[in-house]
Design a protein around this ligand. Sequence first.
Ligand SMILES: *[C@@H]1O[C@H](CO)[C@@H](O)[C@H](O)[C@H]1NC(C)=O
Ligand SMILES: *[C@@H]1O[C@H](CO)[C@@H](O)[C@H](O)[C@H]1NC(C)=O
Ligand SMILES: *[C@@H]1O[C@H](CO)[C@@H](O)[C@H](O)[C@H]1NC(C)=O
Ligand SMILES: *[C@@H]1O[C@H](CO)[C@@H](O)[C@H](O)[C@H]1NC(C)=O
Ligand SMILES: *[C@@H]1O[C@H](CO)[C@@H](O)[C@H](O)[C@H]1NC(C)=O
Ligand SMILES: *[C@@H]1O[C@H](CO)[C@@H](O)[C@H](O)[C@H]1NC(C)=O
Ligand SMILES: *[C@@H]1O[C@H](CO)[C@@H](O)[C@H](O)[C@H]1NC(C)=O
Ligand SMILES: *[C@@H]1O[C@H](CO)[C@@H](O)[C@H](O)[C@H]1NC(C)=O
Ligand SMILES: *[C@@H]1O[C@H](CO)[C@@H](O)[C@H](O)[C@H]1NC(C)=O
Ligand SMILES: *[C@@H]1O[C@H](CO)[C@@H](O)[C@H](O)[C@H]1NC(C)=O
Ligand SMILES: *[C@@H]1O[C@H](CO)[C@@H](O)[C@H](O)[C@H]1NC(C)=O
Length: 717
Amino acid sequence: MGLLRSSVASILICAPLLASANTRIDRYAIVSRYNPHRNASSQTTPIQVGNGNFAFGADVTGLQTFLPWATMSSWGWKNDSLPAGKTQADIDDYKGVSWPSHGRDIEYMFDGEPLMMQWMISNPNRVNLGQVGLLFADGNGSAANVTEADLSDISQDLDLWTGIITSSFTYQGKKITVQTSSAQSSSAIGVTVTSPLLQTGQLGIFVDFPWNDGTNKFSAPFVGTFSMTSNHTTALRTGNGLGGNVQAEISHTQVNTTFLTSIGGDAFSIFRVSPSAHRYNILPSSQSSSLSVVVSYSPAALKSVPEPSAIESESKEVWNGFWSSSGFVDLYTGSTDSRAEELQRRVILSRYLLHVNEAGDNPPQESGLVNNGWYGKFHMEMFFWHLCHWALWNNWDLLDRATGVYAEWLQSSLERAQVQEGYTSGARWSKMTDPTGRSAPGEINELLIWQQPHPLVIATYDYRAHKTRTTLEKWKDVVNETANWMADFAWFNQSSSRYDLGPTMYTVAEDTNPNITRNPSFELSYWRFGLDLAGEWFDHLGEKQPSAWTHVKENLAPLPVEDGLYAVYDGIESDFWTDPTYINDHPSLVGLHGWLPLTANVSLDIAKATADKAFTSWNISNCWGWDFPMLAMSAARNGELDQAVEWLLHPLFEFDDVGMPVGGVRAPTPYFPGSGSLLYAVAMMAEGWDGSKTKAPGFPGKSEGWNVRTEGMSQAL
Ligand SMILES: *[C@@H]1O[C@H](CO)[C@@H](O)[C@H](O)[C@H]1NC(C)=O
Ligand SMILES: *[C@@H]1O[C@H](CO)[C@@H](O)[C@H](O)[C@H]1NC(C)=O
Ligand SMILES: *[C@@H]1O[C@H](CO)[C@@H](O)[C@H](O)[C@H]1NC(C)=O
Ligand SMILES: *[C@@H]1O[C@H](CO)[C@@H](O)[C@H](O)[C@H]1NC(C)=O
Ligand SMILES: *[C@@H]1O[C@H](CO)[C@@H](O)[C@H](O)[C@H]1NC(C)=O
Ligand SMILES: *[C@@H]1O[C@H](CO)[C@@H](O)[C@H](O)[C@H]1NC(C)=O
Ligand SMILES: *[C@@H]1O[C@H](CO)[C@@H](O)[C@H](O)[C@H]1NC(C)=O
Ligand SMILES: *[C@@H]1O[C@H](CO)[C@@H](O)[C@H](O)[C@H]1NC(C)=O
Ligand SMILES: *[C@@H]1O[C@H](CO)[C@@H](O)[C@H](O)[C@H]1NC(C)=O
Ligand SMILES: *[C@@H]1O[C@H](CO)[C@@H](O)[C@H](O)[C@H]1NC(C)=O
Ligand SMILES: *[C@@H]1O[C@H](CO)[C@@H](O)[C@H](O)[C@H]1NC(C)=O
C-alpha cells in the first residue's frame, strides 16, 4: 500500500504543511478517513468488493458465512420456464394494444395476453451467482453449527484505497483472519484465510448455489432460495480436463442457463455435502495455517483462474489509480461547517460503491449488484442519475462501458419508433430494459419520454472531454436519430401553431393521466435543451441542422403557467399543489433550473418561484433518493447555497455506515440513483456549471465555513 500511494504521498512530503491554494489535496488521508469498519454483520446491507461488472457482498466474516449476500454481475441473467403451453414463437409474436393518439392508432407493448406480458416483464432476470462462506468443521469434514454469536473480538475494515476487506475474529479461542478482494478484469474473488484452525481440519470454505426464482419483482435483501434444491442442478468436476490451474469446476443449471464456478489457489479437497444439496465443502490439503483460494464465475469454461496474489495486486492497482487519477473534491480539510464531514463521507463512500456496482457493460439496476429490484432490470430514464456523474468526475473508462448500449440498440429503437409505433422518423429509446435492449411491456414503460434526450447530454459531455472528430462520428447516428424522434413526437397543433408534447405520455412523476397529459413543463424544457444539443452536434460535424429540429424547437408550446408558477402540464387542475395525486412523486418542476440549465423558453423568475413553492408544498417525506440532489441543484443555481447543502443532508436522504443509500419509503435499500445524483450535484456545486462566476458556486463561501477544493473535475452544462 505504501508503494502504491507514493505518487500522491511524495508530492505531499515536499509540500508546505499548511494547505495552500496550490497544494495537492491529500487524497489518501481523506479517502482512508472513511474506511468502513464493522464489528457485527449488518442485517440490511453487505460490505462489498467488486469492479462494476461484478460484485461480492460480504457479512462480517468477509465472506457470505452467516448471511447469503449476493454475488452478482452484469452478465448473469436467465430465463424462467415459459408459461404453460407457450413457445418462443409466442414470445416473438407478442402484440400489445392499440391506443388512439392524435388521430391514429399506436401499438404499445402492454396488455395483450396477461401471462405472456408478465413473462416478458420478469424475464430475463438477474441471478445470484453463488455463495462463498467460511466452513466451520468438526475436524472430520462435517460442518459444525456455528453462528455469529459464537465469534468474539470481531473487527472488519474495508480499505477503500486498495479495495481489500480484512476481517478478524476469534472462534473457540483461536484467531481467524480473512482477506477478501475482487478481480478487476474478471468475475472472481480472492480469499486468504489465516488461522491455526486450518491445521486441525476445523476450518475451510464452502460454496453454495441458490435457486433464482425470477417471479419476484424485488429480491431484497437476499437474492435466491437455498432450500428449493430440486428446482435446479449442479455438477462438480475435478482433476484432468479442467483448464490450467483450475482445481474444481461446478456447473450450475437453472432452466436452460448454465453458469460455471471455477476454483483455484492452494491445493484443496472438495466434496458435495449431499447428493440433493448444492453445497460443496472445501478443506485445505496442506497443514499450513493459511489458505488462499480464488472463486471465479463465468458463462463459459475458463482456461485458468488468476492466482490469489494477482487478484490482490490488481485490486490495489485499480483502486489506487481510481482514487489518484480521477476527479476529487475536498470539502472537509479546510471547512469549519460541521456538515462538511458527513457530506465528504457520503462522497467518498458513494465513489467506492458506484465503481463496485454501477460501472458495468450494461446500465445499472437501481440496487446495483447488491440485490434485485424490478427483476434485476434497468431503467433507461435512470441512466442519467446512475451514470452521468462519471463524466463530471472524469471517469470516462467507467462510463464508456455502458454508453455503447445506445449504438447497440439503435436498430431496435428505430424499429420501436417507426415499425411498432408508426412514427415517420427517428429512434425511441426503451425504458425498463435488459441486456438485449428489449422493452419490458408496461403502460409506463411504453409511455415515458424523459429517457429520450439523455444520450444527447452524455454525448455532449463526451465531446467536451474529447473534442475530436472521432467523438463526433461515434455519436453521430445516435444523436441524429434521437433528435429525429423528438422532432417527430412533437405534434403540430394547427390551432395554436405550436408543437405539443403529448398526449399520449407519462411525465417524470408517472402520476398523471397519459391520455390528457399535454405540454408538461419539465419535458418541454428537456426537449428544448436536447434539440439545442443535437443542433450543436450537427454544427460541429459541419452538417446542416435538419429543419424539423429547428422548426420544432423554435415553436414548442410555451410552458404552462398558472398563478405565476409553472404547472406540471397544461390543463392540470389549478389546485394541484395541494392535491396528493400530484405532490407525492418526483418534484421535477424544480429541475427546470437546477438539474437543467436555463433553456430558451424558461423564465428565471418563474422557475425560482416554482422551485420555492415546491420546496414547501411537495410531500418531501415521499421523495425518492435522487429527488434530494435535484432539489439541491435547484437551490444551488438559484443562489440558495445553505439550502443546497441542507437538501444533500436531508434527514430522509440517508447513507448507512458503509455508504449504502437507504431506500426510505420508496424502494428497498440500496437505491443507487441517490448516490449517482449526489455525486452529480456535488460535482456541479463544487466545480460549477456553464456561466457560473465563482469558485465552488453551489457551496456557501469561506466566511460561512466552507473551503471547497477540487482536482480533475469538469463543469456541468
Ligand atoms: C461495535 O461498534 C459499535 C458502534 O460502531 C459500538 O457501539 C459497540 O460498542 C461495538 N461493540 C463491540 C463489541 O465492540
Ligand atoms: C431470454 O428470452 C428472451 C426472449 O425469448 C431472449 O431474447 C433472451 O436472449 C433470453 N435470455 C437468456 C439469458 O436466456
Ligand atoms: C428451454 O429449452 C427447451 C428445450 O430446448 C425449450 O423447449 C424451452 O422453450 C426453453 N425454455 C426457455 C425459457 O427458453
Ligand atoms: C387511456 O386511453 C386508453 C385507450 O383509449 C384507455 O384504454 C385507457 O383506459 C385510458 N386511460 C386513462 C387513465 O384514461
Ligand atoms: C472424528 O473422527 C474420529 C474417528 O472417527 C473420532 O474419534 C472423533 O471423535 C471425531 N471428531 C469429531 C469432532 O467428531
Ligand atoms: C444451531 O445452533 C443454534 C443456536 O446456537 C440453534 O438455534 C439451531 O437450531 C442449531 N441448528 C442446528 C442445525 O443444529
Ligand atoms: C420449484 O420446486 C418446488 C418444490 O420445491 C415446486 O413446487 C415448484 O414448482 C418448482 N418451481 C419451478 C419453477 O421449477
Ligand atoms: C440523419 O438521419 C436521417 C434519417 O435517418 C438521414 O436521412 C440523414 O442522412 C442523417 N444525417 C446524417 C448527417 O447522418
Ligand atoms: C391545441 O392547442 C390548443 C391551445 O393550447 C389546445 O386548447 C388544444 O387542446 C390543442 N389541441 C389538441 C388536439 O391537443
Ligand atoms: C422560445 O424561444 C425561442 C427563441 O429561441 C422563440 O423563438 C420562441 O418564440 C419562444 N417560444 C415561446 C413559446 O415563447
Ligand atoms: C406523504 O408521504 C408519506 C410517506 O409516504 C405518506 O404517508 C403521506 O400520506 C403523504 N402525505 C400526503 C399529503 O400525501
